[in-house]
Design a protein around this ligand. Structure first.
Ligand SMILES: Cc1cc2nc3c(=O)[nH]c(=O)nc-3n(C[C@H](O)[C@H](O)[C@H](O)COP(=O)(O)O)c2cc1C
Length: 196
């Protein structure tokens, strides 16, 4: 049996973790992004399909390519962030199943139906995006997730010639309290859950 995490760890992952809009002027090392990826990749996906693909927009040049596709309210918070992750999912994820799910070489064929492949990619890619946010916090980063952008525009700019579709983006860095509104309430267990 694993022990419950310490209060400090729970604060870092959940209780004190916020969605940040402004950032310290402090770079994020590529090694930190790799450490984050090495954690998130262990999160569960169906048939271990691992459909998420990540682009870490870090350079001024890459940020300039992202900027025109952002909703107006997301421009400053993204452009001032050290990194903006584009979380996408590969509709052709099944091609890698012979490697990822080696004990059943037939698994690739389970996703021959494009609608099933798309649903599976979106579901598991979204899960992996959430794993990314928790992994980011685990390595000491803060997150600013955003869905306010033009997905088709981002796909054409960053994923042309592939079967990868963007899902959401997430600023990564070291957040500041600036522009941080009070924490919103959450639904209590009795309203959001039932035990049957
Ligand atoms: C998938 C997703 C999309 C979001 N899109 C935006 C967005 O486009 N712009 C924005 O300012 N905040 C966006 N948010 C931030 C949410 O409003 C924020 O996470 C929520 O209010 C909870 O805030 P807290 O984490 O500080 O408690 C998004 C969050 C998620 C998870």
């Amino acid at each position: 049996m694993a022990d419950r995490l310490s209060p400090e760890a729970l604060n870092q992952l959940f209780l004190d973790a916020r969605s940040f809009n402004r950032w310290e002027d402090r770079p994020v090392a590529d090694e930190t992004l790799e450490a984050m990826y090495d954690l998130l990749r262990m999160g569960a996906t169906s048939a271990n399909c691992c459909p998420a693909r990540f682009v870490f927009v870090k350079s001024d040049e890459a940020k300039a390519r992202l900027k025109p596709h952002l909703d107006a309210g997301n421009v400053e918070k993204s452009m001032t962030a050290p990194v903006v992750a584009i979380i996408g999912h590969d509709l052709a994820f099944a091609d890698k199943l012979p490697f990822l799910f080696p004990h059943n070489q037939d698994a690739k064929n389970w996703f021959a139906n494009p609608a099933k492949a798309e649903l599976t990619a979106f579901r598991n890619g979204t899960l992996q995006g959430a794993y990314m946010m928790l992994a980011a916090r685990a390595v000491g980063l803060d997150c600013g997730p955003m869905s306010g952008f033009n997905n088709a525009g981002v796909d054409a700019e960053f994923f042309a010639g592939t079967a990868i579709k963007s899902n959401f983006i997430c600023a990564l860095g070291y957040g500041t309290q600036e522009h941080l509104h009070p924490r919103g309430p959450r639904l209590p267990f009795t309203e959001a859950a039932s035990v049957l």
